[in-house]
Design a protein around this ligand. Structure first.
Ligand SMILES: *[C@@H]1O[C@H](CO)[C@@H](O)[C@H](O)[C@H]1NC(C)=O
Ligand SMILES: *[C@@H]1O[C@H](CO)[C@@H](O)[C@H](O)[C@H]1NC(C)=O
Length: 373
C-alpha cells in the first residue's frame, strides 16, 4: 500500500518535472512590463510595503510567480487555471508557512466515531447547499493559519441551519481564542493561528457549552489591524510550538467570552467522522448538511477556476481545512464544490472545485461534522 503510493508518487514527480522541462514557450517578461503589472496588482490588492527594498524584493517574488503561473496554465489550462491573485507576492514557502498549516497525516478515529451512512438510492448528478440557503457568505482568514476554525464553525452554522432553519454567522474568533484542545497520544492539538483540527474543535465546543455569534465576537486574528489574543487555555507548547511572544489579555478568550451570549439552543453534543468512500461522503453531505473536510492545499495558492486536480499532491499531507457544500459534473468530470476562507476575490467567488471520486489531495480523508443536541 505504502510502497505503491511511493512508486506512484515517484512516477508523478518524474512526469511533472519532465512536463515542466519540456515547456517550450518563453515566459520572460521585460522589467517595464513587470513594473506595470505589479503596480496594477498593488492597486487592486491594496497591499502596502514598509520600504522600497521590500517593494523591490516583493516584485522579484511576483515575477517568479508570474512565470510559474504561465507555466502551470500551459500544463493544466484545459482543466483548471491559475492567476496572480492576492497571494501573488508570497513565495510558495511563505504561503505554506503562514496561510496553510504544518502538513500532517489524516487523524484516525475509533470505529465508533464513524457515521453509519445508509444508502439512499441514486444520488442526483448535482447538489449544492447554497441553493438551500444553508451557507453563509465567504469569509477571509487573512494571513494566519486559522482555516481549521473556519471549517469547524461553518460546519456548525450548517448544522444549526438544519436544526433551526436560521442561518447565522457564528464566531470563528471564539474558537481561535478559546480552543486549546489536544489529543496527546496522536500528537494533535488546536493551536490558534498556528493551526488545528475540526474534530478537536467540536470537542471544545461541546465542553464549552455553546458558541457566540460573529456579531458579538467578531473575527480579528487575521484582520488588517489584527487583535493580539494570548494563547487559548490549554495551549500545548510541545505540540503547537512556542506561544505568541506578545499578547493582550483584553484581546483574549478570558476577557472576551461571555457564555450568557451563547446562541440560545445551539449545543454541540457530539461529532462524527465519515468514511473515505466518496459516495458515502456525498450521501452524508446531502442528508446531514455541509461537512468539514481537509486537504493538501499546496497547489491551491494561485487557483483561479476549474476542476482542481494537480499531478502531484500527496493525500497524506493535510495542511488546510475547508467546507464541503456540494457536487456536480462538468463534461465527464465529477467534482466537489468547496467553500474556502480566503475571501470572495479568490478562486470561483471564494469557492473551488476539485475532482471527485479519486481521493484527490486527500479531500476524502478527514471528513467530519458536529452533532447538535
Ligand atoms: C454574515 O456576515 C456577512 C458578512 O461577512 C453578512 O453580509 C451577512 O449578512 C451575515 N449574515 C448572514 C445570515 O449570512
Ligand atoms: C503536550 O503534548 C506533549 C506531547 O504530546 C505531552 O507529552 C504533554 O503531556 C502535553 N502537555 C500538556 C500540558 O498537556
Amino acid at each position: 500500500m505504502k510502497n505503491s503510493f511511493l512508486i506512484r508518487t515517484a512516477i508523478a514527480v518524474c512526469l511533472f518535472v519532465y512536463t515542466f522541462a519540456t515547456l517550450t514557450k518563453n515566459y520572460e517578461i521585460s522589467n517595464g512590463k513587470l513594473e506595470i503589472l505589479f503596480k496594477n496588482w498593488l492597486d487592486q490588492s491594496g497591499r502596502e510595503y514598509n520600504s522600497f527594498s521590500e517593494y523591490q524584493q516583493r516584485m522579484i517574488v511576483f515575477k517568479e510567480n508570474y512565470i510559474l503561473i504561465q507555466k502551470m496554465n500551459e500544463i493544466y489550462g484545459h482543466d483548471m487555471t491559475f492567476e496572480l491573485n492576492k497571494f501573488a507576492d508570497l513565495t510558495q514557502d511563505e504561503f505554506r508557512n503562514t496561510i496553510l498549516m504544518r502538513p500532517q497525516a489524516p487523524p484516525m478515529h475509533s470505529p465508533k466515531k464513524y457515521m453509519k451512512v445508509s444508502e439512499i438510492g441514486d444520488l442526483p448528478d448535482s447538489f449544492d447547499w447554497r441553493d438551500h440557503n444553508a451557507v453563509t457568505p465567504v469569509k477571509d482568514q487573512g494571513s494566519v493559519g486559522t482555516c481549521w476554525a473556519f471549517s469547524t464553525v461553518q460546519n456548525v452554522e450548517g448544522q444549526w441551519f438544519m436544526k433551526s432553519k436560521i442561518l447565522t454567522n457564528l464566531s470563528v474568533e471564539q474558537v481561535v481564542d478559546c480552543d486549546g484542545m489536544q489529543k496527546v497520544d496522536s500528537a494533535q492539538a488546536d493551536c490558534g493561528v498556528y493551526g488545528g483540527w475540526p474534530f478537536l474543535s467540536f470537542q471544545y465546543l461541546k465542553q464549552q457549552g455553546g458558541i457566540v455569534s460573529e456579531d458579538l465576537y467578531p473575527y480579528c486574528a487575521g484582520a488588517k489591524k489584527p487583535c493580539e489574543p494570548c494563547n487559548a487555555p490549554g495551549y500545548n507548547k510541545t505540540l503547537c510550538g512556542p506561544p505568541i511572544p506578545f499578547c493582550y489579555m483584553k484581546d483574549s478568550c478570558e476577557s472576551k467570552l461571555n457564555p450568557s451570549e451563547f446562541v440560545p439552543g445551539l449545543k454541540v453534543v457530539d461529532w462524527k467522522a465519515i468514511s473515505e468512500d466518496e459516495t458515502a461522503i456525498a450521501t452524508a453531505l446531502m442528508t446531514t448538511g455541509p461537512l468539514s473536510v481537509a486537504l493538501n492545499a499546496e497547489m491551491l495558492q494561485f487557483y483561479h477556476k476549474g476542476i482542481f486536480n494537480p499531478i502531484f499532491c500527496n493525500p497524506k499531507n493535510l495542511d488546510h481545512a475547508v467546507l464541503l457544500v456540494g457536487w456536480g459534473v462538468e463534461g465527464s468530470k465529477p467534482y466537489w464544490i468547496v467553500k474556502n476562507s480566503w475571501g470572495v476575490a479568490w478562486g470561483e467567488h471564494g469557492y473551488f472545485r476539485i475532482l471527485r471520486g479519486k481521493g484527490v489531495c486527500g479531500i476524502n480523508t478527514q471528513v467530519t461534522t458536529a452533532v447538535l443536541g
